[in-house]
Design a protein around this ligand. Structure first.
Ligand SMILES: NC(=O)c1ccc[n+]([C@@H]2O[C@H](COP(=O)([O-])OP(=O)(O)OC[C@H]3O[C@@H](n4cnc5c(N)ncnc54)[C@H](OP(=O)(O)O)[C@@H]3O)[C@@H](O)[C@H]2O)c1
Length: 237
C-alpha cells in the first residue's frame, strides 16, 4: 500500500509521545497530516503535542493527545471510538508503543513476561481490533513496530523477542486478510535507536547483550522516522 501524500490524512500513533513514535509524528505533521498520539503519561503527551504542533504546515492541522494503556482492550476501543467520532475516519495507524527490560531468562519474572506480551503484542492486537471497523470505510495503512529482535533472537531478550516475533506473524497473516479492504500492513524493524526507551533498556541490559550491540551501531529516532516515511511512500511491507 503506497501513501502518495500525507496531507490531510488522519494518522493515529500509539507510543507517539516519545522516541521513534514522536519523531515520526513530528515529520508527518510537517507533511500536512492530522496527528493523534496515544500513550499513558499525560505530561509527556502534552509536551509532545506542543512539540508536534510546531511542525505543522497550517494551524488547522489537528494535533490531539489521548491517554490510554494499550494493553487494556476495552479502554483502547473506547478512546479510538470517541476520537474517530470527533475527528473522522482514520487513514493510518502506526503502532510504536513498546517496552524492553533485557535480562537473563532466569531473572525475568512471569509478571515481566506477561507485561511485555500484553503491551508489545496484545497491545497491537487491541489497537488494530479497535480501529479496523473504521479504517475499512476508506482503506488505509497499518504499521507495526517489531525489531531486529523480531527475526533474530538475541541474548537477554527472551520475553521481548517472543513479543516481537509475534508481531511479525500477526502482521504477515493480517496483511493477506486486509488486502481486500485496501488496507496495507507493514512492519518496522528498527535496530538499536537512541531514544528514552533505549536508555531504560540499558539499565538492565546484561553485559553479553551490551557486547553484542556494541558492534551493531546506533540510529537516531529521526533517521528511523525518515526510513519509515520513505517505506510508507514506496509501499514497503
Ligand atoms: N529504541 C530502540 O533501540 C528500538 C529498537 C527496535 C525496536 N524498538 C521498538 O520501537 C518502539 C518505540 O521504541 P522507543 O525506543 O521509541 O520507545 P520509548 O522512547 O520508550 O517510547 C515508547 C512509547 O510507548 C508508550 N507506551 C509504553 N507503554 C505503553 C502502554 N502500556 N500503553 C500505551 N503506550 C505505552 C510510551 O509512553 P508511556 O510510557 O507514557 O505510556 C512512549 O510514548 C517500541 O515498540 C520498541 O520496542 C525500539
Amino acid at each position: 500500500m503506497k501513501i502518495d501524500s500525507f496531507d490531510g490524512k488522519n494518522i493515529h500513533l500509539f507510543g507517539g509521545s516519545s522516541g521513534i513514535g514522536l519523531a515520526t509524528a513530528k515529520q508527518l505533521a510537517n507533511l500536512g497530516a492530522n496527528i493523534f498520539i496515544y500513550a499513558r503519561t499525560e505530561h509527556r503527551l502534552k509536551s509532545a503535542a506542543l512539540e508536534i504542533e510546531n511542525y505543522r504546515q497550517i494551524s488547522e492541522q489537528k494535533v490531539v493527545w489521548i491517554s490510554v494503556d494499550i494493553s487494556i482492550p476495552e479502554d483502547v476501543q473506547q478512546v479510538i471510538a470517541s476520537t474517530v467520532e470527533k475527528y473522522g475516519t482514520p487513514d493510518i495507524l502506526i503502532n510504536c508503543a513498546g517496552r524492553a527490560y533485557p535480562e537473563h531468562f532466569e531473572a525475568i519474572s512471569y509478571q515481566q513476561f506477561e507485561e511485555t506480551m500484553k503491551v508489545n503484542l496484545f497491545g497491537i492486537w487491541n489497537s488494530i481490533q479497535s480501529i479496523l471497523p473504521y479504517m475499512k470505510e476508506n482503506g488505509g495503512l497499518i504499521v507495526n513496530t517489531s525489531s531486529v529482535v523480531g527475526y533474530v533472537g538475541i541474548f537477554g531478550y527472551t520475553d521481548y523477542a517472543a513479543s516481537k516475533f509475534g508481531i511479525i506473524g500477526l502482521s504477515e497473516s493480517l496483511r493477506s486478510e486486509l488486502k481486500r479492504y485496501g488496507i496495507g500492513v507493514s512492519i518496522l524493524c528498527p535496530p538499536d535507536t537512541e531514544t528514552p526507551g533505549f536508555e531504560t533498556e540499558n539499565l538492565t541490559k546484561p553485559a553479553e547483550t551490551k557486547a553484542i550491540s556494541q558492534g551493531a551501531g546506533m540510529m537516531e529516532a529521526d533517521q528511523v522516522a525518515v526510513q519509515l516515511i520513505k517505506g510508507m511512500r514506496s509501499g514497503k511491507k
